[in-house]
Every structure is written in structure tokens, then in C-alpha cells.
Unconditional design. Sequence first.
Length: 114
Amino acid sequence: PADHKLKKAYERLDVVELTETEDILATLAANKGERIVIGFAAETDNVVAYAQDKLARKDCDAIVANDVSRADSGFGTDTNKAWWITRGTIEELPCMSKDDLARKILLNACGLDA
């Protein structure tokens, strides 16, 4: 990070250097012990395939994949269209309120073995 405000006239602003952050989901899954770890994936295409890949790469117990390309789902809406994905199941959930989706996630999580 810069230790001062960058002035356009004096500083180079055409390059932004990024630093990769820790993969929190993978870290939690690797150290989960008796806990259940559920990841979330906001996707715009190939929702199920990308979520299955994330489930395998992160080694968590389940992924809730949201289709954020839909007008009635994702950011800035009161509803969500999602899939509950584990190693053995793919459950397509109907578009529902975010409160109802939270309840469904909790119920599904209670059925998982750590």
C-alpha cells in the first residue's frame, strides 16, 4: 500500500500491483477437525460445474452455488436461485427469499457428517 496519496502529475498510475490473499475456505477446510465447512460460489455461467470444481479444490463439505446472472438472484435482490452441492448430491433449489434459503442451508447442513 502507498504511504501517501498518489498525485497524478508525479506518480505512475497505469499499473496496480495486487497481492494474493489467504484462501480462507481452503484453510478452514484443511483444519476443520469435527466441524462442517460450507463454501459459497457466486457464478454467472456453468454454475454447477464451477461449484463442483470448487468443492473438490477446497475440500469442503458442501457448496452453495448462486446464479448471480439472473435478475431475481444474487446481489441487490431479496431472492436467490441456488444449488446445494456435496460430493454425492446436486440439489437444485427454487428461487426463494434469502431468509428461506438460509433456513434450507441450515437444514441441509444438519444432515451432513463432519
